[in-house]
Design a protein around this ligand. Structure first.
Ligand SMILES: [Zn+2]
Length: 409
């Protein structure tokens, strides 16, 4: 009987259309709305009639992430001119991307929310005041959400640095604040600038400071939950990745661009395109990474040279097409789900300089991968994938660059 009354009460409240009450119900769905009696709460929770049906994420969507730094009207390879930034913001729209918020991205990866098939995340690193003074007004004009990745030692130091007050203002306006370490030193810990601290704290202790303590400072100073981390210089190793998890980050970002899918890459290796004035091609590559006007149904039966290129842009690959890797033994990977019914035994991977490699194909995840064991030496590699789809052989290829110095400044 009490259950029935609760249902009626909840239904009545729902139909009043009062947003405030609905919000309260969502925030605390298990709290009794009808005056509580001292009887203990039943072990099985009462299903709430107002619970929204669970939304399953659209797993075929893709996300590109853009990474910016400074915005000034000067000629410097690392600094983007405001007018160029504004043009790019327009191009994002013109290329059919929807700029989504970091929280929507995370919800999607948790399988809780749908996002547009061509989605884009905008991130700004380091905490230059030009993010606040120059980029923000432009982003506001387009109504784009974005994320600031700041590092503790640079906040409030004067000069070109952002202040805590400015960050708080951004936070209040809904800007996502992410963590970019304490000192901005390469997390591999080999810089002479971090040597003294590592000696004092040990490498593990120093990593904890760079990841967990810096997160805590941001959370404490701004009263927020910090969910994301951007590796300084895009550099990481296994210890740093472990600390990312230990510190409780939901996602961490590197600086080689790729199409980020629903479950690939793993959450502590989300790819970003670093947009710099000195590398004007990067933005174009990013814009071409998803769709390119062709839907994912563009299968690779009877490929022609131009089809091959388009088909590749529909594959989730690691490394991404055109990306530069610094690891000598990278994992080569592609998700073939966009191709249709691939015959598992027919999947073959070739790598320039290696020939056919013993790649593993997992039909459950439609993922083919090969761990390079012999260190890379060439500047560029091409990966060629072939497979039978519905009885026809199809082929796809992509290339990536190798530069051992790529992750260094
Ligand atoms: Zn940085």
């Amino acid at each position: 009987m009490k259950f029935l009354l609760t249902c009626l009460a909840l239904a009545a409240i729902t139909f009043t259309g009062c947003d405030k009450i609905k919000k309260t119900l969502h925030l605390a769905p298990k709290e009794p709305v009808v005056a509580a009696t001292p009887t203990p709460v039943p072990a099985t929770p009462t299903p709430s009639p107002t619970a929204t049906p669970r939304i399953t994420a659209n797993r075929n969507a893709g996300v590109i992430v853009l990474c910016y730094h400074r915005f000034e009207d000067i000629n410097n390879a690392m600094v983007l001119k405001p007018a160029d930034f504004e043009k790019q913001m327009q191009a994002i729209q013109d290329n059919g991307f929807t700029v989504i918020s970091m929280q929507d991205f995370l919800s999607w990866r948790r399988d809780e929310k749908e996002i547009p098939v061509k989605s884009c995340l905008i991130t700004i690193d380091d905490g230059y005041v030009s993010s606040y003074e120059t980029a923000w007004p432009i982003l506001k004009k387009f109504g784009y959400p974005f994320t600031m990745f700041v590092y503790i030692n640079y906040i409030n130091v004067g000069g070109k640095a952002i202040t805590w007050d400015q960050l708080a203002e951004m936070r209040d306006a809904g800007v996502e604040i992410g963590c970019h370490s304490y000192s901005h030193q390469n997390l591999k810990g080999r810089s002479s600038k971090s040597a003294a601290e590592i000696k004092q704290l040990t490498y593990q202790g120093w990593l904890r400071k760079e990841l967990a303590d810096s997160k805590k400072v941001l959370e404490d100073r701004l009263g927020i939950k910090v969910s994301t981390f951007a590796y300084p210089e895009g550099a990481y190793n296994e210890e740093a990745r472990k600390m990312v998890k230990e510190a409780g980050f939901e996602a961490a970002f590197v600086t080689y661009g790729m199409r980020n899918g629903f479950s690939n890459p793993v959450s502590d290796m989300i790819g970003r395109y670093a947009i710099e004035a000195g590398k004007p091609k990067t933005f174009e590559v990013a814009m071409a990474m998803i769709g390119g006007g062709m839907g994912p149904s563009m299968a690779m039966n009877a490929p022609t040279p131009s089809d091959l290129q388009t088909a590749t842009s529909n594959l989730e690959t690691t490394p991404a097409q055109g990306a530069t890797v610094s690891e000598a033994k990278p994992l080569i990977k592609a998700v073939l789900s966009s191709l249709g019914a691939v015959e598992p035994d027919s999947v073959q991977m070739r790598i320039s300089g290696f020939g056919v490699v013993p790649a593993k194909y997992d039909d459950a995840t439609k993922t083919v991968e090969f761990q390079i064991t012999q260190p890379l030496r060439d500047k560029e590699y091409t990966v060629i994938l072939s497979a039978k789809v519905a009885g026809k052989k199809s082929e796809s290829r992509w290339s990536f660059k190798f530069d051992p110095a790529a992750a260094k400044p």
